[in-house]
Design a binder for this molecule. Structure first.
Ligand code: PFF
Length: 454
């Protein structure tokens, strides 16, 4: 893993900049939409517990490896993995699979982002009319044809436009400045939801685990969510690592990102589940859980209509931050390898994502709802293939490369950077990279295939 001589890449200006940029990729629909939806569909607290363990035991070590390899190689993901182990260029497959993951994720992510943008509009119209959005209005939107596709297209045009114009750094600044506001608004939501009569059942649902709910499939979903949440297993964080200045301490930075990200997810859960129980809804509400619940929570508050609009605006902004980092993966590749101009690369990437994205969107409408592959709709299939297959397998490969194939001395050199001496946690983290993370990923993959219990 020789450091690359051509060290002319831009790096983040400060330690805080490195942290906020990484957090900007991590925080998105995964926290506010996917975490509550998967928790509700997988039986609650046992899933949450597994997810938290997956973040700590697998997510943080894999993020550390990605940052170490990225900073050492200072290359895009495909070239970094091609060169990281001498004479073994085939590890570049990690970068290629990452490109496929980015397109698959965007296919359903833009559908959901479209719902969020539609809800900005719908909640504003409802507020002006002095009414509350009813849960069934979400079903009408998601199962439509022209309307959700139009929103999805709008989202893609906006995000690819940001990338094409090369203003993503400016946009990132805006999104990051608004993160604390999102945090504050989630707290407001939590207080309201937790003081509704009957809400304590929701807290128990989130935090009192019933271990009989665990199965191989549930474990894999929790692991997949940990990867998706922290943007791991596909080279995104390797690329971010290539921008990390030497003074950034990799381990504390990864731990802080994981903590901040997990806090936002838990705050979203603490708003949604207490409210679901208080209103007599069902936690297994599927992908529409967020959209059905949030307007109801705010309807029980003064100025609730206004709060609903602000909530969806902030969610839309966090979503743009994550999407910019997702689109950037194939665009950077096309620009650097394919030698196409940035706007062309953005247009090509956007077109591929839209073509696939339309099938995800229509799979919720009568047009394609009858079509199933491996028993799943296109929407669920893209989600499953990326989060439950490509990212964990990619993460396993990354952990093997970092823990077994890269020289330990060089790995440790990266972990020591930013410290005057040798930090106490180096060896422990390395043991997690070498044994714990790959071991757990392998166990969970085997258990989901039914090869071993539970
Ligand atoms: N981490 C983002 C979220 O949780 O919403 C999704 C994501 C962004 C995944 C960027 C992967 C990625 F490269």
């Amino acid at each position: 893993m020789a450091p690359q001589p051509n060290d002319t890449r831009d790096t983040f200006a400060s330690t805080l900049g490195a942290f906020t940029a990484t957090v900007g990729s991590a925080i998105g629909l995964g926290n506010i939409w996917k975490f509550p939806y998967l928790t509700g569909s997988n039986g609650g607290a046992a899933f949450v517990l597994t997810y938290l363990l997956a973040v700590a035991l697998v997510g943080v070590p894999v993020m550390v490896v990605e940052h170490v390899i990225g900073r050492r190689m200072r290359l895009d993901a495909v070239r970094a993995y091609r060169k990281v182990v001498p004479h073994q260029p085939y590890w570049q497959v990690i970068g290629w699979a990452g490109l496929a993951s980015a397109v698959l994720i965007m296919a359903f992510y833009t559908d959901v982002a479209g719902w969020v943008f539609a809800y900005v509009w719908k909640s504003a119209a409802a507020a002006v009319a002095g009414r509350t959005l009813a849960p069934q209005e979400f079903g009408a939107l998601a199962s439509g044809t022209v309307e959700p596709i139009a929103w999805q297209l709008g989202v893609l045009v906006l995000t690819t436009g940001i990338i094409a114009a090369g203003v993503s750094q400016g946009i990132e600044k805006v999104t990051k400045a608004l993160m604390p506001l999102l945090f504050a608004l989630l707290l407001v939501c939590d207080v309201r939801a937790l003081t509704l009569p009957g809400s304590t059942a929701g807290v128990a649902y989130l935090f009192r685990p019933d271990l009989s709910k665990l199965s191989g499939a549930v474990l894999l979903s929790a692991l997949g969510l940990a990867f998706f949440k922290l943007s791991l297993g596909m080279g995104t964080m390797t690329t971010y690592g290539s921008y990390l200045p030497d003074r950034v301490r990799i381990v504390p930075n990864a731990a802080r990102v994981a903590l901040a990200d997990t806090a936002i997810s838990l705050l979203a859960g603490l708003a949604i589940f207490p409210a679901v129980f208080a209103f007599g809804g069902t936690p297994a509400g599927g992908p529409g859980l967020l959209f059905a619940t949030i307007p109801l929570i705010f309807s029980k508050m003064p100025l609730g209509g206004l709060f609903t609009v602000v909530f969806f605006v902030l969610t839309a902004i966090a979503t743009i931050g994550a999407m910019v980092s997702l689109i950037e993966v194939p665009v950077a590749f096309l620009v650097e390898k394919g030698h196409v101009r940035r706007p062309v690369a953005a247009a090509l990437t956007g077109a591929a994502m839209f073509a696939l994205g339309v099938t995800a969107t229509l799979s919720q409408s009568p047009v394609l709802s009858g079509v199933k592959l491996f028993g799943k709709s296109f929407f669920d299939l893209y989600d499953f293939l990326s989060s439950n297959v490509l990212l964990p397998v990619g993460g396993l490969a990354i952990a093997v490369v970092g823990g077994w194939l890269v020289s330990r001395t060089e790995f440790m050199q990266e972990l020591d950077k930013g410290y005057a001496g040798v930090p106490w946690h180096g060896r422990a983290v390395y043991a997690f990279v070498r044994y714990v993370a790959p071991g757990l990923i392998l166990l969970i993959l085997l258990s989901s295939l039914g090869a071993i219990g539970p």
